[in-house]
Design a protein around this ligand. Structure first.
Ligand SMILES: Nc1ncnc2c1ncn2[C@@H]1O[C@H](COP(=O)(O)OP(=O)(O)OP(=O)(O)O)[C@@H](O)[C@H]1O
Ligand SMILES: C[C@@](O)(CCO)CC(=O)[O-]
Ligand SMILES: [Mg+2]
Length: 307
């Protein structure tokens, strides 16, 4: 068995706007998806995950099924068994699709010695997210591949975020494909209203680049909270997400906003010196599940070559 893992991510700025070429700042977090692969004798494809045990199946395992089909351009993949284990909640804004796609590509890359570079992995994974979702920015898959804090579309590595990150999960499933589609419809219906909002979200990422290098989290927090208001404006908020956002802010979070597609899933808060536990408690009291985590510089990595 060869095992690889890839991290999930949270957006400080720019989700949805980045789909239209505006800037985003996204950071990898210490929550990972592990993918183990081995060749199977019976020339059978087996994919095992929390979603079930299937063969090549674009309904249950669309991302992994496309990975196998894409990787057949580089290797003669006949029978393979793929086992997925993840710390990332599915459909929750933490990049679970990107992490499973990137880790699957890297695991097969090692198993069949395809020689894909990290850039090649990120590019292939982005192609797959676009195939599944209809449209996708390179952000999630690039950050899951490279790790750290990344500015997209510049693909620029920024300093790590030096404060605890508290994630609040509403446990309401949200499909990125659906939310991205909803924003596209709103933008098509009201271009003169929605395009300036997306542009302004991107401008906050550009303002924040210098603030990250200065470690000015207070100002970053103010901009993140404005970003939250603009995400509500384009229709990707929800009552549950707002409840967790305001609970986090009320307990002293530097900032709190939706992360990822929205509609359900997760919000993210930046904690100050010693209040991550307080923020987590406030999120739980508001009906969410809190996860205290940190930014990680580690992108996709080989975990083991056998076992
Ligand atoms: N552990 C897993 N095992 C198998 N498939 C997974 C796993 N995690 C995610 N997926 C795939 O990714 C899909 C969820 O991706 P989606 O983009 O909708 O949400 P997300 O990536 O969690 O959130 P976001 O894209 O907003 O960050 C699942 O429906 C499934 O197809
Ligand atoms: C909503 C979105 O901006 C982020 C999803 O995590 C979609 C994308 O960038 O592909
Ligand atoms: Mg996704």
């Amino acid at each position: 068995m060869i095992t690889c893992s890839a991290p999930g991510k949270v957006y400080l700025f720019g989700e949805h706007a980045v789909v239209y070429g505006e800037s985003a700042i996204c950071c990898a977090v210490e929550l990972r998806t592990k993918v183990s692969v081995e060749k199977s004798d019976e020339n059978e494809i087996i994919i095992e995950s929390i979603l079930g045990r299937t063969g090549l199946d674009h309904d249950t395992h669309p991302y992994v099924s496309y990975v196998i089909e894409k990787m057949r351009r580089f290797a003669d993949i006949k029978g393979v068994r793929i086992i997925i284990e993840s710390e990332l909640p599915v459909g929750s804004g933490l990049g679970s699709s990107a992490a499973v796609t990137v880790a699957s590509i890297q695991a097969l890359n090692h198993l069949y010695e395809c020689g894909l570079s990290l850039e090649g992995i990120a590019k292939t994974a982005h192609e797959i997210e676009k195939m599944v979702q209809g449209n996708a920015s390179p952000t999630d898959t690039y950050v899951s591949t490279m790790g750290g804090v990344v500015m997209i579309p510049q693909r620029k590595k920024l300093d790590l975020i030096n404060c605890p990150i508290v994630v609040g999960n509403t446990h309401k499933f949200s499909s990125t494909k659906e939310l991205v589609g909803n924003v596209a419809k709103l933008r098509s219906d009201f271009p003169s209203v929605i395009e300036p909002i997306l542009y302004n979200i991107g401008q906050m990422s550009i303002l924040a680049e210098k603030l990250v290098s200065e470690g000015d989290y207070k100002t970053i927090g103010k901009l993140m909270n404005i970003n939250q208001g603009l995400l509500d404006a384009i229709g990707v908020g929800s009552a549950e997400l707002s409840s967790l956002v305001y609970a986090a802010r009320g307990s002293g979070a530097i900032s709190a906003k939706i992360t990822g597609a929205g509609g359900g899933g997760c919000m993210v808060a930046l904690a100050g010196e010693n209040n991550a536990e307080d923020i987590a408690r406030a999120i739980e009291n508001a009906g969410g599940e809190a996860i205290i985590t940190n930014n990680t510089k580690e992108g996709v990595r080989l975990e083991s070559l056998h076992g």
